[in-house]
Design a protein around this ligand. Sequence first.
Ligand SMILES: C[S@@+](CC[C@H](N)C(=O)[O-])C[C@H]1O[C@@H](n2cnc3c(N)ncnc32)[C@H](O)[C@@H]1O
Length: 255
Amino acid sequence: MRFDVITLFPEQFRILSGEGVVARALGSGIAELHLWNPRDFALGAHRRVDDRPYGGGPGMVMLFEPLAAAIAAARAASPGAQVAYLSPQGRTLDQQAMIDFASAPGWILLAGRYEGIDERLLASCIDQEWSIGDYVLSGGELPAMVVMDAVIRLLPGALGHERSACEDSHMNGLLDCPHFSRPEQIDGLRVPEVLLSGDHGAIARWRRQQALGRTWLRRPDLLAKMTLDNDEQQLLQDFIQARQAAALDSGEIEP
Ligand SMILES: C[S@@+](CC[C@H](N)C(=O)[O-])C[C@H]1O[C@@H](n2cnc3c(N)ncnc32)[C@H](O)[C@@H]1O
């Protein structure tokens, strides 16, 4: 997958080629990153990319023309790519959006700065507007990297173990199950016996039950959107009963 990022601070993206899943995907050609600096498309001796807002007020606005020219160049280099502006006013990204991103041929990500971009760009050059959450950052570079990381790990071959992405939180509507590694015991806390049993069927059921139970505990809003089959309903019921029994035993709740 090809990513083209339009940014005034291309050097910030160096971090992506350092180490980890994204760096490996970029190194092996699973993903490509091309950076475009609007300053290279700015006219005049000063190569201005921002100016004061009409009507007055604080801050600067990113100018239409250098951004439109940078987007046009990126579109020409990546035919079929969609242009997404990262913005706190966009639709909030979630895992489904990342899955949809991963099925496109390429993305041109526009990272804003200052007060944001000239509003007319939204009408003429931008296909989609996406937010990484209801808070405001100083620039769109980190949001663009968030999108790239979340999308790249979904691309075939990007993760060492293909199944690990499928079982991640939010991939199938649930949170992931808990994970344990060596040693078997730490400060009296033991790894659940079933994980040491070697019984792969029992382990898979336990993990499914834990994912259901954990989602019930932490994100009932996600569970409410799902339709559980009879087996899953039973697994969840057993999880809830086991928790209630444990809380009674420990005196956490009154009989
Ligand atoms: C300081 S912000 C501009 C905020 C803008 N004045 C507003 O209130 O909507 C500068 C840039 O950071 C990026 N940005 C900030 N918060 C973001 C968020 N939650 N999601 C995606 N991008 C964000 C956008 O690209 C934005 O143009």
